[in-house]
Design a protein around this ligand. Structure first.
Ligand code: SAH
Length: 346
């Protein structure tokens, strides 16, 4: 019977050092191998040229190196690139490179499919689900960093966890991936350039605050009225707005970080004055910023982007209440790379 070998990149540096010690070698060997895996991006044990042949064989007998593979890369007319990424078990996730004049942002996935059930999101319709491992998240970032250097002549500058999945439902692995991305032994990126976007899992928002994380938080709110929010994001029945607000209050008290909300305005759903008033009320407890994002159609017309006069009303009312508001245009729509469109279609 073949023994299932462990993914060596699931081990911390300390665990690798212990492995070598237990196997009669020096702990230092663990550092060397770790460097090959993370700084030099080795795909095979035989690439580790300063490690003896016997040690490489020993590693081969015990472990595998799982790497993602960019199966297909699509380029949009606006410079956006979408990667279909094949995982070691042949499942696929998508990640996106979004260039602007001054930045290159990677939008990465945290799960295959999603644990939640937002009615307006294409990813929610995918049946299959598993959490991504830290190295699978990290590899998506490295792939986009390489593409950014190749096609835009600059390194990646920002990361948003707005691809497939709910990052706070895969918290431990997301945290491990961010540790690696920000560590000098990984990509050395500043955590301030990373945004984790959540549909709002109150318990995990409090945990993030307790863990004193340094990255930024964005909350996909879409409505500050329970009834409306539950109709478009059914899990809101389990995590109602009061619990979400309480968790965000806790987050703000600990971090003093302004809270960013993502918000789509839909025709006939949340485009009335009472919807804006509820949003203003919800935002009151902490300095807030509302990003109004364009709706990217995924279906047969159940949801429609609101009229521009509804968006203008949101902007006016929010601004008059001293809440920062931006209206963002979608990128990469022609290749189904925009928010909520990631569904492994091609
Ligand atoms: N689960 C996380 C991150 C993934 S979704 C979250 O909910 O925040 C990233 C963002 O895209 C969220 O703000 C989500 O509400 C938004 N989104 C989902 N479907 C969309 C669509 N069809 N058009 C525009 N935005 C969408």
């Amino acid at each position: 019977m073949e023994i299932k070998k462990k993914d060596i990149r699931a081990l911390t540096k300390e665990q690798l050092r212990e492995f070598f010690e237990k196997n009669g070698d020096k702990a230092f060997r663990g550092n060397q191998v770790y460097e090959w895996l993370w700084q030099k991006g080795a795909h095979k044990f035989e690439d580790m040229t300063n490690v003896s042949k016997e040690t490489r064989q020993m590693l081969e007998n015990n472990f595998v190196i799982n790497h993602i593979k960019v199966d297909q890369m699509q380029r949009s007319s606006d410079g956006t690139i979408k990667n279909a990424v094949r995982l070691h078990d042949d499942l696929i996730v998508e990640s996106v490179l979004i260039p602007t004049k001054t930045r290159t942002t990677a939008c990465v996935s945290s799960q295959v499919g999603c644990s939640l059930d937002c009615k307006f999101c294409a990813t929610a319709r995918l049946k299959r689900m598993r959490n991504l491992n830290p190295d699978e998240i990290y590899d998506q970032v490295v792939a986009i960093d390489n593409e950014s250097r190749l096609y835009h002549n600059r390194p990646l500058s920002n990361i948003v966890f707005m691809g497939m999945g709910e990052p706070l439902m895969n918290y431990n692995n997301v945290i491990k991936a961010i540790d690696k991305i920000t560590s000098p032994e990984g990509l050395g990126m500043s955590p301030k350039r990373i945004v984790v976007s959540t549909s709002g899992v109150p318990k995990m928002i409090k945990k993030m605050a307790d863990d004193d994380v340094k990255f930024k938080l964005a909350v996909s709110l879409h409505s500050a009225i329970d009834e409306v929010r539950t109709s478009i994001m059914p899990f809101n029945a389990t995590f109602p707005l009061n619990d979400l607000r309480e968790a965000l209050q806790y987050w703000y008290a600990k971090t003093k970080n302004r809270i960013t909300y993502e918000y789509v305005v839909w025709d006939g759903i949340n485009d009335k004055r009472k919807d804006v008033d509820a949003l203003v009320e919800f935002c009151k407890f902490a300095p807030s910023k509302v990003n109004i994002i364009e709706y990217n159609p995924i279906d047969d017309g159940e949801f429609q982007q609101a009229q521009s006069k509804a968006i203008d009303m949101y902007v006016e009312v929010l601004e008059s209440n001293h809440i920062t508001v931006t209206v963002r245009r979608s990128r990469g729509k022609d290749i189904d790379a925009a928010c909520g469109q990631l569904a492994n279609k091609s």
